[in-house]
Structure formats: structure tokens, C-alpha cells
Design a protein around this ligand. Structure first.
Ligand code: NAD
Length: 420
């Protein structure tokens, strides 16, 4: 049986570990977070895309630990560490370098190491390789090293690890060949690029593409607000073009671990090459403005009904950063709650995926009761299964930041809905 190691059991690492175990490999899965390790050992999942039945199905082949020692017997080890920004918005490779150093201490000749974390071009060669070489083994000669970006989209079921093409770039031709064979076990379509740097940058291009296009439609939504044009109608009309246009929706800003963070890995790296990556900076600036714009809209909507934000009871519907998941990292909802509170609003929230918002001292409330008790309901994230028509019907006033009440509004002829 083949043995594969995974370091970092988050949104990326845990599904990968389960996929290799489902493909018949023995998996050694390592995380520094002992609560996560205990949860998986007990068969309980904290990642939506991994069901408890998935964990039960691979329990025999999935060994979890906080210790690196067992990674020594793996033929390949995948690094799935977080790559956040520091307070100064510079790359924080701390978790990655800590993990790489720890892996270096147990590294064996003949092993393949693959980095999956999103990062700037050059990380695999310039940061990971030297740390692993402190073991005395040489990258490309004694062990193989590659980069393969994770493309998981949490909550998505049509494109999975199996049917999403996987990109791989190796330090040498031998490294690439090993990585191709490895990912062939869990992916139907593995594509190669000529270097780890090309693979690293391909992932950043994907994320920057989204960030820039979201910013474009967000900027237009601020303009259409002033012009009295419905941005949703405009996007629908433009999206009817069968070629040369890709639909992006306006919204309250960007959230999650990737889009608000990853592009700045490239801006930072670009400065070394005397380049300012203006699209990235501009998109970041516009997307960061959106929560402020949305709160100003809430303020105006209340004002038109003779109410001030101060003392208003505001219900936020959906606080996760995107539909169908419980992840609130960098979610614009958090900023919107803080801004409304600063203005004196009494804020509550409803989110079936997020029972508690510890940092804001809030717990999710029952939707129907809360609608009755609120002056304004703000739809920040439109989870499937939440009845947005009911919200449009029952709430005194609705601010819809996701365009999900449009059908209800037409059907009911309601005038209590304001949209982005
Ligand atoms: N979440 C996504 O949708 C997504 C998609 C594509 C790519 N990525 C990228 O993949 C990488 C991982 O993201 P994630 O969302 O899985 O992060 P995560 O925070 O969910 O998981 C990372 C895990 O690494 C563990 N960890 C931290 N330091 C460690 C160490 N020294 N040793 C062992 N474990 C350690 C943490 O405890 C955590 O469980 C990031 O670079 C991210 O940008 C994420």
C-alpha cells in the first residue's frame, strides 16, 4: 500500500488526506492543532466538504497526529499550511517555514514533498527547498520537490478534487514525474507546467482574476446606485452575450482566506522587481470600500423611513463569507456588523452555518422571530435553504446585498426592499 503524508488539516489538507485514503493509500495526517487532531481521530469533521461518513469510511487508513515522526515512512508529503498576511499586509510564511523545518528533521532520501499552499512565485525553490536541505539531503537529487496549487472551492459539489484539473510544477523533470504519478491517484486530469514558479503564479492569476472582476462590478454598483440604474439588471443583460463576457456579481466585499489575501503575496514579490501591481491594489481598495458603501445604504434606507441607525434593530442574514459554508474568515459581514454597531445599531444575525460569532459576542437567532423584532434585515450572504422570499414578505425593511429578493419583489409587488 502507498503511504502519503499531509501536513495541515484545514479546508485544503483534510479533503486531500481523505481523497488519498479513499484511493487506497495509507495516510499520515499531521496538524499542530491538537483539537483538530482529536476531532478527526474521533471521526468528527470541522470541514463542510468532508462528511463524517467519509471519515468513517477511511478510518482504517487515516492516521492523525500532532507529531511529524510518522511522516518519515511516507513516500510523499503534501504541505497544506496557511499563508496569511502580517499586520503590515506582507506575506507571513511563519506556519509554512515552521512546518517545513519540522518536516526537514524527519525527511528521508527518495521522498517527494509537494507544497499546496497559495504563495508567491519562488517560495518552493527559495524558501522550502533550503529548509528541507538542512537535513543534508539535496532537493531534486536526494528528494523530489514540486508545487501544486489547491483549487478547492469549499461547498462546491460539481467540481471536486477528482474532476478539477490539477496543475503541477516540479523542481526537476524527475520531481515532476513523481508528482504526476501521485496526483494521478486522486485526479482525472493532471497538467504540467515547466517550473514550480509557473504553477505558483497560475494560482495567483486565478485569484487575482476573480478579485479584479469582482471589484469592477462592485465599482459599477456604486456608480449605478448614484445613477438610479439597477446593477443586477445590467449584469443579467451583459451576461446574455454568449462569448467575451464572464458574469461576476456585485456584493458587500470579498471574504475568505484566499481572495482578500493571496493577491498581496504577488504585490509584495513584485516590489523586488521594481513593479507596482496596480490592478491588485486597486481591486483591493474598491472591494474594501464595499462594507462602508453597504452601511451607508442601510443608513439611507432607514433615514427614508424616518429612522436613524442609532437604536435601530438590524438583523444580518448570512455572516459566512460565501453561501453554503460556515467560514467567516475575512467575511465582509463582520465589518458591516462593527460599522453598524459604531453607529449605535442593535445588531443580531441569522446564519444556519454559523451558530456563534464569538469575536462579536453574538449567537445566531431564529429567522422568523428576528424578522418580527427588527427594523431592518440586511441580506449579506445568501445561503441556499434560507427563505429570502419570506424575508422580503415579512421584514419591515430589507437591504438585499445579493440580489436574491428580485423575484419575490416582482411577485409580491413589495416596496420594502432596497438592493445594492
Ligand atoms: N480554503 C480554501 O478554500 C483554499 C483554496 C485554495 C487554496 N488555499 C490555500 O491553501 C492553504 C491552506 O489553506 P486552508 O484554508 O486549508 O487553511 P486552514 O487554516 O483551514 O488550515 C491550515 C491548517 O494548518 C495547521 N497548521 C498551522 N501550522 C502548522 C504547522 N507548523 N504544522 C502542522 N500544521 C499546522 C493549522 O492548525 C490548520 O489546521 C493556504 O495557502 C490557502 O491560501 C485555500
Amino acid at each position: 500500500m502507498r503511504t502519503v503524508g499531509v501536513v495541515g488539516l484545514g479546508y485544503v489538507g483534510l479533503p486531500l488526506a481523505v481523497a488519498f485514503a479513499q484511493a487506497g493509500c495509507e495516510v499520515v495526517a499531521v496538524d499542530v492543532d491538537s483539537r483538530r487532531v482529536a476531532a478527526i481521530a474521533a471521526g468528527s469533521s470541522y470541514v463542510e466538504d468532508v462528511g463524517e461518513e467519509d471519515l468513517a469510511g477511511v478510518a482504517e487508513r487515516l492516521r492523525v497526529s500532532t507529531r511529524y515522526a510518522q511522516l518519515a515512512r511516507c513516500e510523499a508529503v503534501l504541505l497544506c499550511l496557511p499563508t496569511p498576511l502580517t499586520a503590515n499586509r506582507e506575506p507571513d510564511l511563519g506556519p509554512l517555514t515552521d512546518a517545513t523545518r519540522a518536516l526537514g528533521e524527519v525527511l528521508q532520501a527518495g521522498q517527494l514533498v509537494v507544497l499546496e499552499s497559495t504563495t508567491y512565485p519562488g517560495t518552493t525553490r527559495e524558501r522550502v527547498a533550503p529548509l528541507l536541505e538542512e537535513s543534508g539531503l539535496a532537493a531534486g537529487r536526494d528528494f523530489h520537490l514540486a508545487f501544486s496549487p489547491e483549487r478547492v472551492d469549499p461547498g462546491r459539489t460539481d467540481y471536486t478534487l477528482r474532476n478539477t484539473p490539477k496543475i503541477v510544477g516540479g523542481l526537476t523533470a524527475g520531481c515532476l514525474q513523481r508528482a504526476l504519478e501521485l496526483y494521478g491517484l486522486i485526479c482525472d486530469d493532471v497538467r504540467t507546467v515547466s517550473s514550480p514558479e509557473a504553477a505558483e503564479l497560475s494560482k495567483l492569476l486565478e485569484n487575482i482574476f476573480r478579485s479584479v472582476n469582482i471589484a469592477l462590478v462592485n465599482e459599477l454598483s456604486m456608480l449605478t446606485d448614484r445613477m438610479g440604474i439597477d446593477i443586477w439588471e445590467v449584469v443579467d443583460a451583459a451576461a446574455s452575450k454568449p462569448y467575451g463576457f464572464m458574469r461576476f456579481e456585485p456584493g458587500p466585499g470579498m471574504g475568505g482566506h484566499c481572495l482578500p489575501v493571496d493577491p498581496f503575496y504577488l504585490s509584495w514579490r513584485a516590489r523586488e522587481f521594481d513593479m507596482a501591481t496596480e490592478f491588485i491594489e486597486l481591486a483591493g481598495k474598491i472591494n474594501q470600500q464595499m462594507p462602508y458603501h453597504c452601511v451607508a445604504k442601510a443608513q439611507r434606507a432607514l433615514n427614508e423611513r424616518g429612522m436613524s441607525v442609532k437604536g435601530a434593530r438590524v438583523l444580518i442574514v448570512g455572516v459566512a463569507y460565501k453561501p453554503g459554508v460556515g467560514d467567516v474568515r475575512e467575511s465582509p459581514a463582520l465589518k458591516i456588523v462593527s460599522l453598524l454597531r459604531e453607529l449605535g445599531a442593535d445588531v443580531s444575525y441569522h446564519d444556519p452555518h454559523v451558530p456563534v460569532l464569538g469575536e462579536l459576542g453574538l449567537e445566531s437567532v431564529a429567522l422568523e422571530d428576528a424578522l418580527r423584532d427588527s427594523d431592518l434585515a440586511v441580506i449579506v450572504t445568501a445561503h441556499p435553504g434560507v427563505d429570502h422570499e419570506l424575508i422580503a414578505r415579512r421584514a419591515r425593511l430589507v437591504l438585499d446585498l445579493r440580489g436574491v429578493t428580485r423575484a419575490a419583489e416582482v411577485a409580491n409587488g413589495t416596496t420594502n426592499v432596497v438592493r445594492l
